[in-house]
Design a protein around this ligand. Structure first.
Ligand code: UDX
Length: 432
């Protein structure tokens, strides 16, 4: 099939590469000329395991093409996947301006029957908005259908998640069009759920906000564990053994970050406010998450006393392991809080340091170093923010030797408390 993917962010690029891998003819379109140039040469631009190989395979087999020309992308394809960003506005509303622009361009260049698929996470009702925009520009009344096909991939395992999803959700008011989109995934072994357009749009938000709620829930349990002497890891295990609850997303820590959970929670809260149906549970989910870094730094202060002029090493800046993405990363909040209190911060991350330096912590005075061991030299405390595998493998006896102080604040429960105490650390973790 001939497929165009508009927008080459995480979702678009992975989707396009996988469709090419499945044998379709794919054109990926992006307005960013630099990016398109790099993609054409096989450079995936973002760090995502497995993506570079898929990209090269698609290019070599002549199945994957890149362009900055939306007209070409629209005219040459039967399916058009909208994968552009849907960032949050300050008011928590979702900014749909990129989606609207793409819809306008599709309407201008449509030259025959097309199936237009929204893959970007969009608030319920957006599919119909896209339909109206295309219709208003579609001078020759070419036929088209609108389908919603949300993406559930996680960063850091995006390729794996797309090749082995738990489900493929396709929503449309035209079941035939939905089936055609579902057929594009032939070769991927996953149950397909075909639903109404609105349901499909909502499934994505309902899933992400439910997972975010699970995280805030276990983090609140962790707070009770800290007060009582229970161990949140044991509690989560005991909860997870109940099939109705499950083990996943019960990892207590510094809270959720990233490009999806925070913005999706805000977006559905906005929708619920607009509908005058307050989503009280989700308001609490958000509040609990906002407070995680604050609570953590307060604990540091309690243990270490004044943080002014203390030298503090940060291990991990990315919002989670296996990605260089720093959007809504907890590290940003922790570091800013520490800086407000007058601490000196030395940071190390295997892949996210450039993003930190150049974008997300651009104006913050941080010393960046090239190895975890370099980071801990003469520091008063070490804070583990992102649980990269690399940190798990380090000999912590060597670490304590290099440090001046003995404080180890483990924001992700990566280490074993007894072992760390035996080594000599004043060890603080979450909910145990
Ligand atoms: C998420 C959804 O999982 C995915 O389905 C959707 O398409 C996009 O949003 P992603 O943001 O890539 O994916 O990361 P995910 O692995 O879900 O983690 C999100 C955040 O939650 C991270 O900050 C992570 O550290 C945190 N988290 C996750 C926890 O604190 N505890 C957990 O148990 C799980």
């Amino acid at each position: 099939m001939k497929i165009s993917v508009i927008g080459t962010g995480y979702v678009g690029l992975v989707t396009g590469s996988i469709f090419a891998h499945l044998g379709h003819d794919v054109i990926c379109m992006d307005i960013d000329e630099e990016k398109v140039k790099k993609l054409k040469s096989g450079d995936p631009v973002i760090y995502e395991p497995g993506l570079e190989d898929l990209l090269k395979e698609g290019i070599e087999k002549d199945k994957l093409h890149f362009t900055t020309d939306i007209k070409e992308a629209v005219e040459k394809s039967d399916f058009i996947f909208i994968c552009v960003g849907t960032p949050p506005k300050k008011s928590w509303e979702t900014d749909l301006s990129y989606v609207k622009k793409v819809a306008e361009d599709i309407g201008k260049h449509i030259n025959g029957y097309k199936i237009v698929v929204t893959k970007s996470t969009v608030p319920v009702g957006t599919g119909n908005m896209v339909k109206e925009i295309i219709r208003s520009y579609n001078k020759n009344n070419h036929p088209f259908d609108i389908v919603s096909n949300p993406e559930f991939l996680r960063e850091g395992s995006a390729v794996e998640d797309t090749l082995h999803p738990d489900r493929i959700v396709v929503g449309s008011d035209n079941k035939e069009a939905a089936q055609k989109v579902a057929d594009l995934y032939r070769g991927i072994d996953a149950p397909v759920l075909i639903v109404k357009l609105y349901s499909s749009e909502l499934i994505k938000y309902a899933s992400n906000s439910f997972l975010a709620t699970k995280i805030s829930f276990i983090n609140s349990i962790a707070d009770i564990c800290e007060r009582t002497g229970a161990d949140v890891e044991e509690v989560a295990k005991g909860m997870g053994m109940d099939k109705r609850i499950g083990y996943h997303f019960l990892k207590a820590g510094l809270g959720y970050g990233g490009s999806c959970f925070p913005k999706d929670v805000d977006s559905i809260l906005y929708t619920s406010m607009q509908l005058n149906e307050p989503f009280i549970i989700l308001e609490a989910t958000r509040k609990v998450n906002e407070n995680r870094p604050v609570r953590f730094v307060e604990r540091m202060e309690k243990m270490m006393g004044e943080l002014r002029d203390k030298k503090i090493a940060i291990w991990g800046l990315a919002f989670k392991p296996n990605t260089d993405d720093m959007r809504e990363a907890v590290s940003i909040k922790i570091i800013k809080l520490l800086k407000e209190k007058g601490s000196n911060v030395i940071a190390y991350d295997p892949v996210a340091m450039n993003n930190a330096k150049n974008v997300y912590l651009k104006d913050v005075d941080i010393e960046y170093v090239n190895s975890p061991m370099e980071a801990v030299k003469d520091v008063d405390a070490l804070v583990l923010v992102t649980e990269w595998d690399e940190f798990k493998r380090i000999d912590m006896k060597e670490v304590i030797e290099l440090m001046k102080g003995k404080f180890l604040f483990d924001g992700r429960n990566l280490y074993n408390p007894e072992e760390m105490e035996k080594i000599g650390f004043s060890y603080v973790s979450i909910g145990r």
